[in-house]
Design a protein around this ligand. Structure first.
Ligand SMILES: Cc1cc2nc3c(=O)[nH]c(=O)nc-3n(C[C@H](O)[C@H](O)[C@H](O)COP(=O)(O)OP(=O)(O)OC[C@H]3O[C@@H](n4cnc5c(N)ncnc54)[C@H](O)[C@@H]3O)c2cc1C
Length: 197
């Protein structure tokens, strides 16, 4: 018997954001028999993103989901990080072989979009994804959360989980002013290049 069945008919749960956190939670709740809707602002599944190290608690969760091997197979195969000067001469190097899985490169490295898609594809049970929609208003009625969507739909949920990453508009809606970015005086740029040495 699943957690939801023990407590009567499955109660509706809303997750916003179909990425790593949202899809992983949908996977777990779906297996437990909950009635889960994942709402994603983008019009379709969002691929792309950079490396995510799967280690510590993250690795344990992936193992419990039975997806550790899939993460390894679809991983980047990164063997380390090398900083080079303008002549391509290495000035610092961190090798997975020498530092082990706790160095800058983890044993399991996978692109954000590939990890999120693994969880997305593996979801089973009463889990549905709705793209091109987002929360416009949400009010706690005492026994449920009444949610209005951009699409015009309105529905009550027992639980709403906001998994929208940084810059979440729903977090701003529910906890105004707590979502402000804090400038760390560091600038970084990330971009994608072909995967060879
Ligand atoms: C170079 C690089 C390296 C990184 N390395 C690591 C690492 O090693 N380990 C690690 O844990 N993290 C790492 N990160 C960060 C990692 O990408 C994030 O931790 C991870 O993607 C967060 O997942 P998330 O599901 O919380 O949010 P996100 O991946 O940000 O996804 C949020 C989702 O919510 C959707 N969304 C946003 N607003 C709304 C809305 N209002 N309504 C509905 N949907 C909405 C977005 O479209 C998106 O699909 C790295 C990031 C970069 C750029």
């Amino acid at each position: 018997m699943t957690g939801a069945e023990e407590n009567g008919p499955a109660r509706p749960i809303l997750i916003t954001g179909a990425s790593v956190a949202g899809n992983a939670l949908a996977w777990w709740l779906g297996r437990r028999g909950f009635n889960v809707t994942v709402v994603e602002r983008h019009s379709q599944f969002r691929d792309g993103g950079q490396n995510v190290d799967v280690r510590g608690a993250g690795r344990k969760v992936v193992a419990l989901m039975g997806l550790e091997q899939a993460v390894a197979t679809q991983g980047t195969g990164e063997t380390g990080v090398r900083f080079v000067d303008e002549n391509d001469k290495p000035i610092a190097q961190f090798n997975l072989d020498e530092l082990g899985a706790d160095g800058p490169t983890a044993e399991l490295e996978i692109l954000r979009g590939d990890l999120a898609r693994l969880f997305y594809d593996a979801c089973t049970g009463d889990v549905r994804f709705r793209f091109d929609d987002y929360i416009k208003d949400a009010a706690d009625t005492g026994c449920s959360v009444s949610v209005g969507f951009k699409s015009g739909a309105r529905k009550g949920y027992d639980l709403v989980v906001v998994a929208e990453g940084v810059g979440s508009s729903t977090r701003e809606l529910v906890f105004p002013g707590e979502n402000e970015a804090r400038w760390l005086d560091v600038t970084m740029g990330y971009f994608t290049i072909p995967g060879h040495e």
